[in-house]
Design a protein around this ligand. Structure first.
Ligand SMILES: [Zn+2]
Length: 299
């Protein structure tokens, strides 16, 4: 089921224009994540896009820990959450309003008005890198580009796409091109060689189609060369991606112990309290005897 070549992020650089980028291609890992819940196709589609976007952003940062992308809105899809660890472990889930799915249309309306937030929880660090941008009615990609333009002054272009073959097999891809952070700020709007490089790279990026970026038969090198061969594209070592949930019996127990027992008991069905991981949908059942032990230890 797991094929490393099928799930990877390919870093690259465009030598002549001094831009860097990431190409994310995912298949079986999306299948694992999306099949953990019975998502309707439109929800699965947007979550798959959020996943490939989150991976492209996470792997552009240097960090040890967890990068989280969270989109929250008042639309049919209430929330999308994607976690990416620095070594390529991914988990994700979506919350949606099943009753309103009938009138779901394009991406934008699915999330409605809300925000897109990025958090980087670095191992051992007290401060969290945090960024937030309004979902202004565009796609997730547009919101991300808007964020980097406004908040980081780091011109960023990206396209993302996902599709399912109708048999439950998903493909997703994201191509991100970014200026390298530099001192003194960057102005891509004035008529400088830098701005021309940027404009040209964005034009080339714009020629990449959703079909190309989700085609399992096109290798990262082939696609990058096809798009950017005149820019002197150089590829670096790719990183393999995998599904990895971080829920454990101990974490669930600690979470239960942090709550008053009376509240927990109210959740019992046939004397069984079951905690379900929102990400991977794994069930953690606690019978009365286990709960007694758990709370006895706590005292
Ligand atoms: Zn889990």
């Amino acid at each position: 089921m797991f094929d490393q070549n099928d799930n990877l992020v390919q870093p690259f650089q465009l030598e002549s224009s001094h831009l860097r980028g990431r190409l994310v291609q995912m298949g079986s890992v999306l299948d694992i994540i999306l099949h953990q819940h019975a998502y309707p196709a439109v929800v699965g589609h947007l979550l798959a896009e959020a996943i490939v976007i989150a991976v492209s952003l996470a792997t552009s940062l240097k960090y040890q820990g967890v990068f989280t992308l969270q989109a929250k809105g008042d639309g049919v899809i209430r929330m999308l959450v994607v976690d990416v660890t620095n070594d390529g472990g991914i988990r994700a889930y979506a919350q949606y309003d099943a009753d309103r799915l009938g009138d779901a249309a394009a991406d934008t309306k699915l999330l409605g008005k809300g925000y897109l937030a990025f958090t980087c929880d670095r191992t051992g660090a007290d401060d969290k890198y945090q960024g937030i941008v309004e979902l202004t009615g565009g796609t997730l990609s547009e919101a991300v580009q808007h964020y980097f333009r406004q908040s980081e002054q780091l011109p960023t272009g990206l396209i993302a796409a996902a599709h399912s073959d109708g048999q439950g097999r998903w493909r997703g891809g994201c191509l991100l091109v970014q200026r390298m952070p530099r001192e003194g700020g960057i102005n891509v709007e004035s008529a400088t060689p830098e701005a021309e490089d940027w404009t040209r790279a964005m034009m080339l990026l714009g020629t990449c189609t959703p079909a190309e970026i989700t085609d399992a038969a096109i290798t990262p090198e082939t696609l990058l060369f096809r798009l950017f061969h005149e820019e002197g594209v150089r590829v670096y070592e790719p990183t393999a991606l995998r599904h990895q949930c971080r829920c454990t019996q101990t974490r669930v127990e600690n979470m239960l112990k942090s709550l008053p027992r009376a509240e927990i008991e109210e959740l019992a069905v046939n004397d069984l309290v079951t905690v379900t991981c929102e990400f991977c949908n794994k069930h953690y059942p606690f019978d009365k005897k286990t709960r007694d032990t758990l709370y006895a230890v706590n005292k």
